[in-house]
Write a protein of this length. Structure first.
Ligand code: UD1
Length: 432
């Protein structure tokens, strides 16, 4: 397995570009299944999850072309099977986003039930309940979810989510676009990725209003057409690089980002002492920190509040802040796997239930650590950049799922980070 070797202590300086949002590109690729016509998506990040999602579309019978890097031209005309197999779903949970489109367009879908994952059980019961409200029958057969629309077409309905779910909202929005009649989603997720998906669907001919708010109205249409769409910038990658500048006491110009999508993160980091200036609507200048960092508490919540996907990176930063910060995780159980690895690097963190108390500032020292999920990997990279000496991060395949070219991007702004392929990684371990 590949590893990252980081020699910490170098302040990051320079310009860094943000890629397209993984969590927007995933549902947008799934949405191409709703039409027999060609959909062209630009700014799709070159990361493992998107390669997997595209493979799923191709396995279903869609044709996928890459006219240029990060542009996908998908035509889902001749769909031959309606099934997302376990091999794919187990590597990437977002393949459940194929359910809504397949069910809506073909009246049937079979998707393997995602199992537990590193950050909790993550069920899809709310997706399935909503499909039933749209008239589908849903059953579980040999580990697969099998959904059918009895008369071949879903019927618009009132869907009220008892808990805010991002991919659940996306699945229902896609399914309702081709249902007969009107669907209203209450307690919908408000993430920017939902708005981006609605933009694409509306370009394809859907009639969706209210995306980005907690009530979304969808007038079903008979068929959807082709469209061309550019994916929004990745707000979590943006937040990660803001923390990278701060934790190394460097200065980074972050380009091609959408600061309006991460207001809560920017506000919290400013409170903690990070200087963040908006040079223009797509560029941030981050400097840190003339007066040092101060510990500030944070609680993860659905958008527009502080995202769970920035919790691990924030925890790494708080190890460098003076005082005690309390970090409360309300979205996922078991999302503190990075804490024990940060402790290996010298952090002082106490976990109790869904709360972590970080005492800083601690001098981190490089050590071998292990990534457990995508954002946990990012937090270990950040801690490694701040630590003295060498940090060797194992299982970086997690980071490949969602961060485009992170080694190159960070290397270009002065980080001493390299990727060790399996044989080199073993040699580096021998030296220790
Ligand atoms: C999406 C993001 C992920 C992010 C998360 C929360 C994508 C591809 N992934 O994941 O990066 O961390 O939102 O912002 O966009 N739940 C249920 N039943 C369901 C669905 C969800 O109980 O049917 C629970 C989950 O276990 C969790 C909470 O609801 O506790 C929120 O999960 P959800 O918003 O659905 O996360 P994802 O869409 O999987």
């Amino acid at each position: 397995m590949d590893k990252f070797l980081i020699k910490g202590g170098a302040p990051l300086r320079g310009k860094i570009e943000i890629s397209g949002a993984k969590n927007s590109a995933l549902p947008c690729l799934a949405a191409t299944l709703l039409s027999a016509e060609t959909v062209i998506l630009h700014n799709v990040p070159y990361v493992k999850d998107l390669i997997t999602q595209r493979r799923l579309l191709e396995d279903l019978g869609a044709t996928a072309l890459t006219p240029e890097l990060r542009t996908h031209k998908i035509t889902a005309k001749n769909i031959e099977t309606f099934e997302a197999p376990y091999e794919l779903v187990k590597t990437m949970r977002a393949s459940v986003l194929a359910l809504g489109p397949l069910l809506a367009r073909f009246g049937q879908a079979k998707v393997s039930l995602p199992g537990g994952c590193a950050i909790g059980t993550r069920p899809i019961d709310l997706h399935l309940k909503a499909f039933e409200q749209l008239g589908a029958t849903v059953s579980l057969e040999a580990g697969d979810v099998v959904a059918r629309a009895p008369k071949g077409r879903l019927v618009g309905a009132n869907v009220s989510f008892e808990k805010v779910t991002v991919t659940g909202t996306e699945n229902v929005m896609m399914a309702a676009s081709l249902a007969s009649g009107k669907t209203t989603i209450h307690n919908a997720a408000c993430e920017p990725e939902i708005e981006d998906l609605a933009d694409l669907l509306n370009k394809m001919g859907a009639r969706i209003k209210g995306a980005g708010t907690s009530v979304i109205e969808i007038e079903g249409v008979e068929a959807l057409g082709g469209a061309e769409h550019t994916i929004i910038p990745d707000r979590i990658e943006t937040g990660t690089f803001i923390v990278a500048a701060a934790i190394t006491e460097g200065e980074l110009e972050i380009k091609n980002c959408a600061p309006a999508h991460l207001t809560a993160v920017i506000e919290k980091l400013r409170e903690a002492g990070v200087e963040i200036e908006e040079l223009n609507p797509t560029t941030l200048l981050v400097k840190c920190c003339p007066n040092g960092l101060t510990a500030k508490d944070v609680t993860t919540e659905p958008h527009p509040l502080f995202p769970t996907d920035m919790q691990a990176q924030y925890m790494a930063l708080m190890t460098q802040a003076a005082g005690v910060s309390t970090i409360t995780e309300t979205i996922f159980e078991n999302r503190f796997m990075h804490a024990s690895e940060l402790i290996r690097l010298g952090a002082k963190i106490d976990i109790s239930g869904n709360t972590a108390r970080v005492s800083g500032k601690t001098q981190l020292m490089g050590a071998p650590v292990q990534a457990s999920d995508l954002r946990a990997s990012a937090s270990l990279v950040l801690a490694g950049l701040a630590a003295s000496g060498e940090t060797l991060i194992d299982r970086v395949y997690h980071i490949d799922r969602g961060y485009e070219n992170i080694v190159k991007k960070l290397g270009n702004v002065g980080a001493k980070i390299e990727r060790l392929t399996e044989s080199l990684a073993l040699a580096a371990e021998d030296v220790k």
